[in-house]
Design a protein around this ligand. Structure first.
Ligand code: PEP
Ligand code: MN
Length: 250
């Protein structure tokens, strides 16, 4: 049986302006990527950090979708936003911090049952807990695809050389588990926390068996309003995708 095409998702951490998201989207599309990521509602660790543009960010994503035909991946942080998010999103992202938010998962199951979900593994979540989160979506009516994303877990590295430790064993295990029938992708950006090792983590993730990657990018010469240090340029992304496809085909 031939393998499905790898799933590549790229885009900024946050939607910052109409020009920013359009410029990045056009470049992402030029690289042959079908999925654009961009947060409108952002779950930030520090309350004074940029919180995202909210509804306005969703409007910019809608425009970009109409202009480019790209599929949109954007995060849902609260049941309150479900209807406005699913109008724009082709894939609803549930962030690491919300993997344990069972009320949110139940509402997605009920009110977004036909919308694919990208479920990010909680930063300290066990396999049982991840499977439990998937179970909440399904038990409450979710029917569309659920894609799992490994984005790094908390370990004693404590920010000395990465932001979170990318758990490649977890990915390899899930790919071997015959009972686990979900695609699993890697987010090297949030694991790395720094742009210079995003490529290494991407290749390692693909070698561990991942079905794809979600990578944060920014416009060259700019400072991103969130997660600037880990954002790579589109030029670098081109190289990562090419090599990742080669590893995937092995
Ligand atoms: C993100 O992908 O924008 C994000 C906030 O990631 P995480 O939930 O993994 O921290
Ligand atoms: Mn981010």
């Amino acid at each position: 049986m031939s393998k499905q095409k790898p799933l590549f998702i790229a885009g900024p951490c946050s939607v910052e302006s109409e020009e920013q998201i359009i410029e990045i989207a056009k470049k992402v599309k030029k690289l042959g990527i079908d999925y654009l990521r961009g947060g409108a509602y952002k779950p930030r660790t520090i309350p004074d950090s940029f919180q995202g543009l909210g509804k306005k960010g969703l409007d910019f994503l809608k425009k970009v979708k109409e202009k480019t035909g790209l599929r949109i991946v954007t995060e849902l942080v609260s049941p309150e936003h479900i209807e406005e998010v699913i109008k724009v999103a082709d894939v609803v992202q549930v962030g690491s911090r919300n993997m344990y938010n069972y009320e949110l998962l139940k509402e997605i199951g009920k009110r977004a049952s036909k919308k694919p979900v990208l479920l990010k593994r909680g930063m300290s979540a066990t396999k049982k807990e991840l499977i439990g989160a998937i179970g909440y979506l399904k038990k409450h009516g979710h029917k569309a695809e659920i894609i799992v994303c490994e984005r790094g877990i908390r370990t004693f590295s404590n920010g000395e050389y990465d932001r979170f430790t990318l758990d490649l064993s977890f990915v390899a295990d899930l790919k071997k588990d015959k009972k686990f029938n979900y695609r699993i992708i890697i987010d090297p950006s949030h694991a790395a926390g720094r742009s210079d090792i995003v490529e290494n983590l991407s290749f390692a993730g693909m070698a561990a068996g991942a079905d794809g990657l979600m990578i944060e990018v920014k416009r060259e010469g700019t400072t991103a309003l969130s997660d600037d240090a880990q954002a790579i340029t589109l030029k670098k992304l081109k190289y990562i995708l090419k090599k990742s496809e080669e590893i995937y085909a092995l």
